[in-house]
Design a protein around this ligand. Structure first.
Ligand code: NAP
Ligand code: G4F
Length: 375
């Protein structure tokens, strides 16, 4: 406060078009921040989440790509932020097996680019890095906490391990306020459609309303995740930035459920029996998966005062009901910001690579299909 003038905090949020970005932006706006968000140039606009939360005119959008140092430098110079929340990432673990180098560049080196900018430009800028429970990979101990060893099981996790450590290294080496949030899976109606929870809630809605006749194809039904509610998890990010000292925190619920349990619960919300609608499909198995995640959020509870409140059942309920409502509105001819009508599932994409005669158009695909047991 200077001569009665209140200092307005400025936050730069990367990945503002994703799931977490809009929830975090809403929280920061509510707290009086001026919010800037980076977005990527795409051939089709991708602002539906910001529009759905009514934020598109409340945040200032800056074009930037985590692979492009010049654009990041421009974003930080123009916005002169007090806090940077680095949420941008190639965040789909499955795609990281298809694009390992791009994933390394964005999810690994992206954070280092910001840390270098902070080091050279202004070491007072606080930095939040979106780290992940995927770091635990081939888990060594359950539940996982801040002291559990990491053993990444995907290119995504390996890239995030690098950015996790660089965040810690810049904190120690240069005294930068740089914190890692080791967030376990968190979901919401804004979740991308390729992630298993939203894939399920969207299909449940379509099956319930008679818009989908074919079964829902899923990969490994046995893998277990600690699923929390995204709007609560972004609060933890902000709380970490309010701490006196930077640090790393596990954000989780402490409960774990299998993909099959999620599907069972989701179909039950719509009054359906999941066994009649779900088909296990080997094509959706990952080359290597993480079989079991369950976090221990005790440190966050003690030191941040953060506690998860929304239960597993409630999250499933919120997601299924949101998707049922969206498809109902769609059927009534309503136009609203949303992703599902133009989405192609992995199954559609895979089957399009096979020609009418059942022969793959290029030899590489033959190998792929043989590998998947379809050749
Ligand atoms: P998300 O929905 O996939 O959003 C990712 C965001 O990153 C999108 O805005 C995306 O832009 C942007 N992005 C991707 N590549 C980029 C690039 N090269 N340059 C600039 N921006 C780029 O992910 P989320 O669920 O919100 O997760 C936020 C962060 O937390 C991610 O870093 C993720 O890895 C991490 N995380 C997520 C979870 C979870 O359960 N949700 C758990 C732990 C950690 P487009 O919209 O243009 O694609
Ligand atoms: O929903 P998922 O794709 O999420 P995953 O791999 O756990 O990653 C998410 O959470 C991480 C935190 O731990 C984040 F860092 C990351 O950015 C992302 O947000 O898959 C969950 C599980 C996996 O074991 C997967 O193999 O579900 C299994 N699964 C089974 N069938 C499926 C499917 N996953 C997808 N996406 N699609 C399926 O059909």
């Amino acid at each position: 406060m200077l001569l009665g003038l209140k200092l307005v905090k400025r936050a730069l949020v990367t990945g503002i078009t994703g799931q977490d970005g809009p929830y975090l932006a809403r929280l920061l706006l509510d707290k009086g921040y001026k919010v800037y968000g980076t977005y990527r140039r795409t051939s089709t606009p991708n602002f539906w989440r910001l529009q759905q939360l009514g934020l598109i005119r409340k945040v200032t959008l800056i074009p930037a790509d985590l692979g492009d140092m010049a654009s990041l430098l421009e974003a930080v110079t123009v916005t002169n932020p007090h806090e940077i929340y680095n949420l941008a990432a190639q965040s789909f673990v499955g795609s990281s097996f298809d694009q390992p180098l791009l994933t390394t560049e964005i999810d690994g080196s992206g954070a280092t680019r910001f840390l270098e900018i902070i080091r050279h430009l202004n070491t007072d800028i606080k930095f939040y890095q979106a780290s992940t429970s995927e770091l635990y990979g081939a888990v060594r101990k359950t539940p996982q906490d801040e002291n559990t060893p990491f053993m990444p099981n995907s290119p995504y996790a390996a890239a995030k391990l690098y950015s996790f450590h660089m965040t810690r290294v810049y904190r120690k080496a240069y005294g930068i306020f740089a914190s890692n949030g080791i967030l376990f899976n968190h979901e919401s109606p804004l979740r991308g459609l390729e992630f298993v929870t939203r894939k399920i809630s969207n299909s449940v809605a379509k099956i319930k309303l008679g818009l989908q006749k074919e079964p829902l194809h899923l990969g490994n039904l046995e893998t277990r995740r600690d699923w929390g509610y995204a709007p609560e998890y972004v609060q933890a990010m902000w709380m970490m930035m309010k701490k006196k000292q930077p640090d790393d925190f596990v954000i989780a619920t402490g409960e774990t459920h299998s993909v099959g349990e999620f599907a069972e619960e989701a179909f039950a919300v719509a009054g359906l029996n999941w066994k009649e609608h779900v088909q296990a499909d080997r094509r959706l198995l990952r080359p290597l998966d993480v079989s079991h995640l369950c976090g221990n959020p005790a440190k966050a509870e003690q030191e941040l005062g953060w506690k998860p409140r929304v239960t597993f059942k409630k999250i499933v309920d919120i997601m299924v009901k949101a998707d049922v409502e969206r498809w109902q509105k769609y059927l009534q001819g309503e136009i609203f910001p949303w992703d599902a009508p133009s989405y192609s599932s992995e199954i559609d994409i895979l089957s399009r690579t096979v020609s009418r005669e059942g022969k793959p158009p290029v030899p590489g695909i033959a190998k792929l299909l043989r590998h998947l047991g379809k050749g």
